[in-house]
Design a protein around this ligand. Structure first.
Ligand code: MTE
Ligand code: MO
Length: 490
């Protein structure tokens, strides 16, 4: 329009990531996003686009191509590119910048991602977010090639140099350990851990009367179980100079600095960062690991190799992959992934009110509630016998003590057999597989049977019947009774 400020293209590169005011352009419009960067859901990666166009990035991160995102961006528009810098088609003509133009060609950061098993169900390709088909979640230890992948960004290329992790104490002192140091210096521990994404079963919550929730619409398969080997974070913190149990030389940091409350895990380049309570990190019964092996193999690139944090009993978002730094701090991680992503609000708070959300008043997810799901209903013996099977899991090291299964939509119940397994760890960090056989004569409905499962953990927590009461606009902690309807005649 007439009164829109016209900006010469040559001005844009001056407002790059290092400038005071950071600009981007989208199509022909110019935006000053300096004040938005902090709120960017994807963190600081947005800085890469500053001083140039976001278009090539949004081609890659196609998640941006929606009205909600355009609306946010529009608030930051300051002008548009001067006509003199547009080509005949009316598009920005980068060639006017001469040599500088080539800096605006963007490589696809996902091109070095590993190959993945075609059995996985992809929710997004770039970044890779793929779940295990529910029917394939039958083994106590999930086969590595089927283990769900949840990546916020691309998989970093870390194989060039030997890996190391830096421990930063609260006084700022740092100590760095190579992977070889960790292996040589500390006792190795192996624990069996179920990792479940905070959004597992979100697609089910999205079907509630309160309406859709935002995020990847996972079915039951954003969960898996593996044996992880590595060293206890506790042992490494102690070696780095942090007093974990009062037996270290004076002055004892734990006593003098009461404010030491969190351990931040940071991936290289700040591509991902979250934190857990320090109490969890130093508790010998909490089994928090810096892990390099998964099911007896070096952790592969998708799952965070060469080194990842494993925080058992806690939502998988805290088990940081490609771990580069561990930092003891009086604060939780300031990242988006700690402050925004994994918080539940009441069912009254709707997506449309997100701007009014007081993020600080809500607790960031750590330990998770009890969950269960039906993976398979198998008929055998000419339909005389139906076997229902699935998994049940609870966070916080709480074991599963009972699994109730119904064949009539939840009116009557029987108890499933809980399978024995070889889970390792100080507490129960792994799911429990269960199954139950249903004789045909007991199936009350002629047309179809509606199987339902709910589990009980060792604190007698159980799952809500429906999603209405725990509905939240981010679709987190979706753990209502799980249902599977099967026709009576095969
Ligand atoms: N760590 C890094 N560095 N980057 C990530 O995107 N995703 C987190 C967590 N750790 C993530 C990460 C989330 S949300 C989940 S659910 C788990 O990793 C998934 O682990 P997996 O891909 O090995 O199954
Ligand atoms: Mo997750």
């Amino acid at each position: 329009t007439e009164d829109t400020r016209k900006i010469r293209l040559s001005e844009v590169p001056k407002h790059n990531r290092d400038a005071d005011r950071k600009w981007i352009i989208r199509e022909n419009a110019v935006y000053d996003i300096t004040d938005f960067i902090e709120q960017h859901p994807g963190g600081e990666v947005i800085l890469r686009a500053c001083g140039g166009s976001v278009d090539p990035y949004w081609k890659i991160f196609s998640i941006h191509n929606k009205q909600q995102v355009y609306d946010i961006l529009n608030e930051y528009q300051i002008g548009e590119i001067d006509e003199r810098d547009l080509d005949d088609a009316g598009h920005v003509d980068w060639t006017v910048l001469g040599d500088e133009a080539k800096n605006h060609i963007v490589d696809d950061p996902f091109m070095h991602d590993p190959e993945r098993d075609s059995n996985l169900v992809f929710r997004t390709e770039k970044p890779c977010n793929a779940e295990t088909p529910g029917s394939m979640l039958t083994d106590f230890l999930t086969p590595l090639k089927l283990f769900f992948v949840r990546n916020h960004l691309w998989v970093p290329q870390m194989h060039e140099s030997p890996h190391s992790v830096t421990i930063e104490l609260s006084d700022g002192e740092e100590k760095t350990y190579s992977l070889a140091d960790l292996k040589a210096k500390f006792r190795e521990h192996t624990i069996t851990v179920t990792l479940q994404c905070s959004g597992n079963r979100r697609a089910h919550m999205s079907k509630a009367a309160l309406g859709p929730t935002s995020g990847l619409q996972w079915d039951i398969g954003a969960i898996g179980t593996a044996e992880f080997s590595g060293v206890r974070l506790r042992d490494v913190l102690k070696d780095a100079g942090y007093c974990v149990d009062g037996d270290c030389p004076a002055p004892c940091q734990a006593e003098t600095e009461e404010c030491d409350k969190h351990v931040q895990f940071i991936s290289p380049g700040d591509t991902y960062a979250v934190s857990i309570p320090l109490q969890t990190a130093v508790n010998p019964q909490a089994d928090v690991l810096l892990a390099w092996d998964m099911n007896g193999e070096p952790i592969n690139r998708d799952h965070g190799g060469p080194l990842r944090a494993i925080v058992p009993g806690t939502t998988a978002a805290r088990s940081v992959k490609w771990l580069g730094k561990v930092s003891i701090s009086s604060d939780e991680s300031p990242s988006q992934w700690q402050q925004r992503d994994y918080k539940c609000f009441g069912p009254n708070m709707k997506q449309t009110q997100v701007r009014d959300v007081d993020w600080e008043c809500a607790q960031a997810m750590q330990e998770t509630p009890v969950q269960s799901a039906i993976t398979n209903v198998v008929k055998a013996n000419g339909d005389k016998k139906t076997t229902v099977q699935g998994f049940a899991y609870s966070g916080g090291g709480r074991g599963i003590v009972r699994v109730d299964v119904s064949a009539d939509g939840g009116k009557t119940w029987k108890q499933a057999n809980l399978h024995k397994d070889q889970a390792k760890g100080s507490r129960r960090w792994a799911w429990t597989m269960w199954s139950i056989e249903w004789p045909k004569d007991d199936l009350v409905h002629a047309q179809q049977a509606e199987f339902v499962v709910k589990a009980v953990d060792d604190s007698y927590n159980t799952q809500p019947e429906t999603f209405e009461g725990t509905w939240n606009f981010r679709g987190l902690c979706a753990n209502a009774w799980n249902r599977m309807t099967v026709p009576a005649e095969a």
